[in-house]
Design a protein around this ligand. Structure first.
Ligand SMILES: *Cc1c(COP(=O)(O)O)cnc(C)c1O
Length: 465
């Protein structure tokens, strides 16, 4: 049975997998969610304990993607996507103590969990474009991490050009080199003489320009893309089967845009036995406050040691809100309008109660993040990156609320944040060899002024339409 997708605001047309993959945001401003979740039995999930990552991925994704992608093709796309991972388990588990595991999501080419979804998305984009004889231009603004994951995923893909705009003085050395040392004709790293906000403003302006959008078939690979969520659901099946062996598990997820933890929720909806899902935030604790009060109220972004979680509004939260509103798009739209017009919304006590049946939340500031890196290193010799440390800190704060076993997600490799790690434990984490090799390659980038004209001119020279 084919799974169709509906918008959280209820007005956009329903789409199939190909449609949601290539569309992104729904035309009514909502996000696409599946109309129904396929169910996996406890026995099926238990059997995943002895399967490879690719076998489980094939089994989990199959009901969502067939018939748009036939099983034989899906199998090949999965093999290609995960061939770039350096650990044979793709997302290996490490035990910290008798009740606590870490699920490592950072063995892809850019050392952060975004690779798990982005690598597959790159291949599936190419697959759908080839089918229709189409091409597209992916454009994005980045302060560092998302841009490099997009470049690593799209480098060398046919019929796709990718332009990533970053602030000339913004990214760290390693982040910049992950964008500029990639040797592929279709990759265009662009240093903008300006801030991240300038980069984002140019990208938004280009999307809002109907002429440019059509001429270049502009597309984004941002975190609201359904396929990214779907690809992330797989490792929750893998981890629950291996650690829980049929018993419910708790997951602790360092959260920014709510994409990763929504994938956990999706896995639960498909039958993965879950006791609790814990949202971990840094000082930007809007979600922790929401799960305690039912009030969603942004109060400004603070820079922290875990920059990928420095957010105001978590865009994927709307997908959960849709279920809290009993899948009533008009109610979601009313709440999102409150947020836009009054800078806050509040859900009813019964909705908060529903949310708290499944979710709990805690936050850790920079001091606690550093202390957690220290403590875990002293206890077990394991080095957490600052994002993963926020998760482990939250799991300790919530210890009494989280039934055993607890699985914390490790979202980035510590080598991506050498300064923070040195500050915490005085040790410089080793850069994995494949990334060290990339760092030696010549950099390729173009410096442009912060104007839409300059970027379009550059685009027209590089893209053959
Ligand atoms: C993107 C990211 C996060 C936040 O994940 P969301 O899906 O946006 O909630 C956390 N840690 C790292 C390292 C990331 O790159």
């Amino acid at each position: 049975m084919t799974i169709f997708y509906q918008s959280t605001r209820g007005k956009a047309p329903e789409l199939d997998l190909r449609g949601v993959t290539l569309t992104g945001l729904a035309s009514d401003g909502g996000l696409y969610v599946p109309k129904n979740w396929p169910e996996f039995s406890v026995a099926e999930i238990l059997a995943m304990k002895d399967q490879t990552y690719l076998q489980t991925a094939l089994q989990v994704l199959k009901p969502f993607v067939t018939p748009a992608i036939p099983e034989v093709d899906l199998k090949r796309l999965l093999q290609q996507a995960y061939a770039t991972f350096t650990d044979p388990a793709i997302t290996p588990l490490k035990q910290l103590d008798d009740r606590h595991w870490v699920l490592e999501l950072f063995h892809g080419p850019t050392l952060a969990f975004k690779d798990v979804a982005m690598q597959l998305l790159g291949h599936i984009f190419e697959y759908f474009l080839n089918q229709g004889g189409e091409r597209m231009t992916v454009i994005g603004a980045t302060s560092g991490d998302t841009g490099s994951a997009a470049i690593a995923a799209l480098a060398g893909r046919r019929n796709i050009d990718v332009f990533i705009l970053y602030p000339n003085k913004g990214p760290s050395d390693i982040q910049r080199k992950q964008m500029t040392c990639v040797d592929a004709q279709n990759v265009h790293a662009v240093a903008i003489e300006g801030s991240f906000d300038d980069c984002q403003a140019i990208v938004k302006a280009m999307f809002n320009d109907e002429r440019l959008r059509t001429k270049y078939s502009l597309s984004a690979v941002n975190s609201i893309n359904w396929l990214r969520i779907l690809a992330q659901m797989v490792y929750y099946f893998v981890a629950a089967a291996k650690v829980g062996a049929g018993k419910p598990v708790s997951f602790v997820v360092p959260t920014g845009n709510f994409g990763n933890i929504y994938a956990a929720y999706g896995a639960m909806k498909c039958g993965v036995p879950v006791s609790k899902l814990a949202v971990a935030s840094n000082r930007n604790d809007i979600l922790t406050r929401f799960f305690n009060s039912g009030l969603m109220k942004p109060d400004g972004v603070h820079s922290t040691l875990s920059p990928s979680m420095d957010i105001q509004i978590s865009s994927n939260f709307e997908r959960l809100l849709f279920d809290l509103c009993q899948r009533n798009g008009a109610k979601v739209e009313a709440l999102m309008n409150d947020l836009k017009n009054e800078n806050e919304f509040k859900v009813a006590p019964v909705q908060l109660g529903d949310a708290r049946q499944i979710f709990t939340a805690a936050c850790a500031d920079d001091a606690l993040t550093l202390k957690t890196i220290q403590d875990v290193y002293a206890e077990s010799g394991y080095i957490l990156d600052p994002h993963s440390a926020v998760g482990v800190a939250a799991s300790r704060i919530l210890e009494r609320e989280l039934p055993d076993p607890v699985i914390s997600l490790a979202c980035a490799h510590p080598a991506k944040f050498p300064d923070t790690i040195r500050r915490a434990i005085g040790v410089t984490p080793e850069v994995p060899p494949q990334v060290a090799a990339l760092m030696q390659k010549p950099e390729r980038t173009t410096l442009l002024p912060a104007t839409i004209q300059a970027v379009e001119q550059f685009m027209s020279e590089r893209v053959s339409l």
